[in-house]
Design a protein around this ligand. Structure first.
Ligand SMILES: N[C@@H](CCC(=O)N[C@@H](CS)C(=O)NCC(=O)O)C(=O)O
Length: 238
């Protein structure tokens, strides 16, 4: 059952939450392909019944396509790549492709630690999460070679997977004085610059994402749920 209020027709519908970095991967892939799609935002603190029926774990993103509800952002991004024409966003070489998939997993680990940072009310909770983000990014830094993208000249699904986290960490640096994430990571900083300048990445988010991100850190999660306390970094600085 698909709720009629989320639109109709046989086109692609990406179900998201406005700040979700996983859903943004799918939007970036769709934008790269120039594919037509409809973005449907839901309130994660008040999930609609149709959503709970379609999403096995109650998580966004979902990609609704031809009566099917695809879930898990990596699977969704590959589906988009395989079905929406050129340019292909996964390398054709199987070894390189497997390597790329592995780093997409790392992007998810970064998202998990980043989220722990965003909702941490105390240094005790937040500092280990920030340390995990730094450690994972350092591993990614070692993978980057000539740039501007992960695989060189061609934008790929690894770029789509990491861009949302790098964008949110950039917001963090802008908001929290003294927080330096990218200083020790010059290759990632250059990669981040190339990703944030990419039209597909710019078009993949809701407007004023930086302001929404700031409000999220302050405790306003952009839905019916409010955090009990703001992110610890707002009070202590980096
Ligand atoms: N492994 C999943 C992770 C998706 C995920 O964690 N989504 C979050 C939003 S960013 C979610 O829906 N959380 C459910 C909730 O907050 O209730 C994927 O890659 O799609």
């Amino acid at each position: 059952m698909i709720d009629p209020t989320i639109g109709s027709g046989s086109g692609l519908r990406l179900v998201s939450f406005v700040l979700c970095p996983y859903a943004q991967r799918g939007a970036i892939a769709l934008e790269e392909k120039g594919a037509a799609y409809q973005l449907v935002h839901i309130d994660l603190s008040d999930k609609p019944a149709w959503f709970l029926e379609l999403s096995p774990w109650g998580r966004v993103p979902l990609l609704l396509v031809d009566g099917h509800a695809l879930f898990e952002s990596a699977a969704i991004a590959e589906y988009i790549d395989e079905t929406t024409g050129e340019p292909r966003l996964h390398p054709t070489d199987p070894v390189r492709r497997a390597h790329n998939r592995a780093w997409i997993e790392t992007a998810s680990a970064i998202n998990v630690a980043l989220h722990r940072m965003m909702v941490a009310a105390t240094a005790e909770l937040g500092t280990p999460a920030l340390a995990t983000v730094r450690e994972l990014l350092l591993r990614v830094e070692g993978q980057l070679e000539r740039g501007p993208y992960f695989n060189g000249e061609r934008f790929s699904l690894v770029d789509a997977a990491l861009a949302p986290a790098l964008q949110r960490l950039t917001f963090f640096e802008q908001i929290v004085s003294g927080l330096d994430v990218f200083g020790p990571l010059p290759r990632i900083a250059r990669w981040r610059d190339a990703l944030l300048a990419r039209p597909s990445v710019q078009r993949s988010t809701a407007s004023e994402l930086d302001q929404r991100f700031r409000r999220y850190l302050e405790g306003d999660h952009g839905c019916k749920r409010r955090a009990e306390a703001p992110c610890w970094l707002l009070a202590t600085g980096g």
